[in-house]
Write a protein that binds this ligand. Structure first.
Ligand code: SF4
Length: 518
């Protein structure tokens, strides 16, 4: 048995230079040719950017398409409690940090319970299109439960996309079964390709009836992960690679990971911030290892962005999450409630909803393009970030005080791009300002020039103005990207007329953990 590594065992990581990351990105020549990961793919891609067969796979998958995440929901079922490796950012007494907030999974389910829950959710939420198995342990350390669940769901709800997340250790052994079950999307968490780096993240793995530790453990893990990735790509399965950004441990190294997974045909790379608090009881949390700031994360994501876009809309969901990304409706679907529900699987209603979304998505794209054309001939090099209050649907439809999170868009003359989200505590609770007040929200939005909302009170508006952030209600209930571009055009005009002065914003704080109502 090996002890958990402590921070002082990790060696001197050296200072992280984000200028170096930028340079590296410029020279990395990202490519994701071959296999399923064709060029031009990524979470922001639309139908004109992707081969039709790939677009069919991603168009209503909220994690694989940034556009889809405004409209479609996913659910995870917690049927996989066991794990075969130990990560220093995970404490399974709570939950798996690979894909979820380190909080308690409310209930572990049998495959039969999980299948009933899927049908119950799909009957209630027609926009739920994806079932994922993401722990709380590892999907492939629990293969019987994972595949039985998929089998039962396929029988009753064949239109639901199947997804699984794995640490990759057992992946090569199950690729054939994954392909046979028509699981089209697989996520592998790959935090390193250098076992020396891995030894600082993974104290042990359990493989072939043996426990391995240190560099040897990480060497086996890395080889199995990359082999599994190649095997999936060869079978046309879309692979998303998740990497946890751990400052001072693997932040610079993730550039190498990015190159390695792109060259093997991964479809999408999702670099997520470390979730690390002492109360989670993880080795990193107890050792005081910090997570990245908003700008550190964005700089690394920008450095890795190339032909294969980065996923930036991941919410690091719980292993039993239900709903749109950014919301959690799992409390509505406890086993007790699901068993008491009248469940009827209405395929026609689901298809009607999806057709409506297609039409809405087309309208959003047209509106965005029209607005962008108004910037033609504009030569300003200014780039700003704008925060959005939204309940979903691609529309600015949330009051400032009711927002659990803000979506962040970067905008320049090149257009508007989703670059992240910031989770916050509600500002308004029952008509009064919350106890935490506005300061944490100001810190979360500190890198933004403006926040576009459906409505906002005078008090928070003044506080935002005092922090240099403009609160704007002009675009209430309008499409997000069109509005962001329109705001930017107006901003440039005001700067041009010297009505306002363009000021570079600072860094912002990433709030730990995913949103949960539980
Ligand atoms: S953890 Fe990330 S990738 Fe997984 S369902 Fe949530 S948003 Fe999607």
């Amino acid at each position: 048995m090996s002890k958990l590594l402590q921070l002082h065992d990790f060696g001197a990581p050296g200072a992280t230079s984000f200028d170096e990351l930028r340079k590296s990105a410029a020279s990395s020549g990202c490519s994701s040719k071959g296999g399923a990961g064709k060029t031009g793919c990524g979470s922001a891609a639309g139908p004109s950017d992707l081969p039709p067969e790939i677009w069919e796979k991603v168009k209503n998958h909220p994690c694989y398409s940034e556009q889809a995440h405004h409209h479609f929901a996913r659910m995870h079922v917690a049927v996989a409690p066991a794990c075969n490796i130990q990560c220093n950012y995970c404490n399974r007494k709570y939950d798996c940090a690979n894909e979820s907030r380190p909080g308690v999974v409310s209930e572990k389910l049998t495959p039969e319970q999980a299948a009933r829950k899927v049908v119950a959710v799909a009957s209630t939420i027609p926009q739920m299109t994806v079932l994922g198995i993401a722990g709380p342990g590892d999907a492939l350390a629990n293969p019987a439960k994972t595949f039985k669940t998929f089998e039962l769901v396929t029988e009753t709800a064949p239109d639901i996309k199947l997804c699984l997340s794995t640490n990759g250790l057992m992946l090569p052994d199950y690729v054939e079964q994954i392909a046979a079950m028509k699981v089209d999307h697989v996520t592998i968490t790959i935090n390193m390709i250098d076992p020396e780096v891995g030894a600082k993240i993974y104290p042990w793995i359990f493989y072939n009836h043996r426990r391995y530790t240190g560099v040897e453990a990480s060497k086996i893990l890395s080889e199995r992960q990359l082999l599994g990735l190649e095997m999936l790509v060869a079978r046309g399965i879309l692979v998303k690679v998740n990497s946890v950004m751990i400052p001072g441990i693997n932040d610079q190294h993730l550039i190498e990971v990015n190159k390695a997974v792109k060259s093997r045909g991964a479809f999408l790379h999702n670099i997520m911030p470390l979730i690390s608090e002492a109360e989670h009881g993880t080795a990193f949390g107890l050792a005081g290892q910090r997570g990245p700031t908003a700008q550190e994360l964005k700089t690394l994501q920008d450095a890795c962005e190339g032909e294969m876009n980065m996923m930036r809309h991941c919410r690091q969901c719980r292993a039993d999450a239900v709903g749109l990304l950014g919301e959690d409706r799992s409390a509505e679907f406890t086993t007790e409630k699901v068993m008491a529900m009248d469940v009827e699987y209405d395929l026609a209603a689901r298809q009607a909803y999806q057709a409506k979304v297609e039409a809405e998505r087309d309208a959003i794209a047209v509106a965005k393009q029209r607005e962008l054309e108004k910037l033609e001939g504009e030569t300003a090099t200014i780039k700003i970030q704008v925060a959005i209050a939204t309940k979903g649907g691609g529309v600015i439809n949330e009051h400032f005080g009711h927002a659990h999170e803000f979506q962040i868009y970067e905008v320049s003359t090149a257009g508007a791009k989703f670059v992240g989200h910031r989770r916050v505590d509600l500002y308004c609770e029952g008509g009064y300002a919350s106890e935490t007040g506005i300061d944490p929200i100001l810190q979360a939005l500190n890198d933004c020039t403006a926040v576009l909302v459906a409505k906002i009170g005078m008090c928070p508006k003044d506080s935002l103005a005092g922090a240099g952030i403009e609160a704007v209600e002009t675009y209430a209930f309008e499409y997000i990207e069109q509005s962001v571009i329109a705001y930017f055009k107006d901003y440039l005009e005001r700067v041009g007329k010297s009505e306002i002065r363009h000021v570079a914003r600072g860094d912002a704080t990433i709030r730990q953990g995913a949103f949960t109502e539980a």
